[in-house]
Design a protein around this ligand. Structure first.
Ligand code: ACO
Length: 311
């Protein structure tokens, strides 16, 4: 019985049909989607912190408005993704609990500090640039609610990427000190941005199965190569140097060759030992605890409205 259900499911995947919340799905499909979608949601939420750090210090009103809008978008992405995840049978409270107890992962990239304004440019350009490359293929992922969420998320990410690149462009053609700030931010964010796309295919435990289920449409290495190929000419255009002496265009492959990634650093950060892991997690836990009275008040108000309606 259950094998035939699985066969029908596999055929639907092969036909590129979307799987919807009430459809039968293998338990592992459900679990791995909860894993990936919730990690994605947590990344959006934690991802607000490094940039939120600069909202009050943005150098002009225009920059402040754009950054504020971007950070708000990220909150929206997180909430969307939590909702998509809930359709798989896990509650929002459980998801928060997993984040706050350190059980859940979120993207390594958000454990690095934003020490200058140029970091805001580098995040938009590189981190959101890598996020777009990762998320555009997810618009055709097999799970309906995730795929639909990705369509809007990608549109907003593309605005984020442009606002970041424009900051870098402005700094790069500014005073020598401004250009230096931009170069320094690129130096610090380049390698973590490559790591963000996940371990090499050889090391990636989930890729093979996730590709079969069309959860992932491209492998980590494919995405990384695409990101590098797209970003190097953008750095050239604004006169910044990618901090990789081994980076070289390869005529034969039609791609850039690049140097060795420090995977020890990546795993250290993933395991909680990055420069800001503790700070990020405690910021989220504090926000949750300090927001308790707001949630309670909102619930009390909603209940009052309900009893009024009943009368
Ligand atoms: N940071 C933290 N953990 C990571 C990262 C990363 N950058 N990349 C991989 N990992 C973890 C995986 O979660 C997995 O751990 P788990 O088994 O405990 O879940 C382990 O490393 C092995 O990695 P993979 O087998 O390659 O995992 P997966 O197939 O899930 O691929 C990827 C990782 C590419 C990040 C995938 O989950 C994905 O595409 N997610 C959706 C996009 C996303 O989450 N983006 C977040 C940042 S973008 C943004 O918020 C702006």
């Amino acid at each position: 019985q259950s094998r035939s259900l699985e066969e029908i499911f596999d055929q639907r995947i092969a036909r590129d049909e979307k799987i919807e919340p009430r459809d039968w799905m293998p338990e592992k499909y459900r679990k791995t989607h909860i894993r990936q979608i919730s990690q994605h949601a947590h990344s959006e939420i934690v991802g607000m912190l490094p940039e939120g750090n600069w909202i009050s210090r943005a150098p002009s009103m225009r920059r402040k408005v754009a950054l504020l809008a971007k950070v708000q978008d990220e909150a929206g992405h997180g909430l969307y993704l939590y909702s998509a995840c809930e359709t798989l049978g896990i509650s929002r409270d459980e998801l928060y609990e997993q984040l706050h107890t350190g059980k859940a992962k979120y993207s390594s990239i958000f454990n690095y500090p934003t020490i200058t304004w140029a970091d805001i440019g580098a995040i938009g350009w590189l981190v959101d640039g890598a996020a777009i490359i990762n998320q555009v293929p997810l618009c055709s992922t097999s799970y309906g609610p995730y795929a639909r969420a990705m369509v809007r998320v990608c549109k907003e990410e593309s605005f984020h990427q442009r606002q970041g690149y424009e900051i870098m462009m402005t700094l790069a053609k500014g005073t020598p000190e401004q250009k230096e700030l931009a170069q320094d931010a690129l130096n610090r964010w380049w390698w973590p941005s490559l790591m963000m796309l996940g371990p090499t295919d050889a090391e990636s435990v989930h890729t093979e199965q996730s590709m079969k289920w069309k959860l992932k449409r491209k492998t980590n290495d494919e995405l990384r190569q695409q990101f590098i190929d797209q970003t190097v000419p953008q750095a050239d255009l604004i006169g910044l140097a990618i901090p990789d002496p081994e980076l070289k265009w390869n005529e034969e492959t039609g791609h850039y060759d690049f140097g060795e990634i420090d995977w020890d650093e990546f795993w250290q950060v993933v395991k909680g030992h990055g420069p800001c892991n503790k700070e990020r997690l405690s910021a989220r836990v504090n926000a949750w605890e300090e927001g308790e009275w707001v949630r309670d008040a909102a619930m009390a108000y909603a209940e009052k409205q309900d009893t009024k309606k009943l009368k």
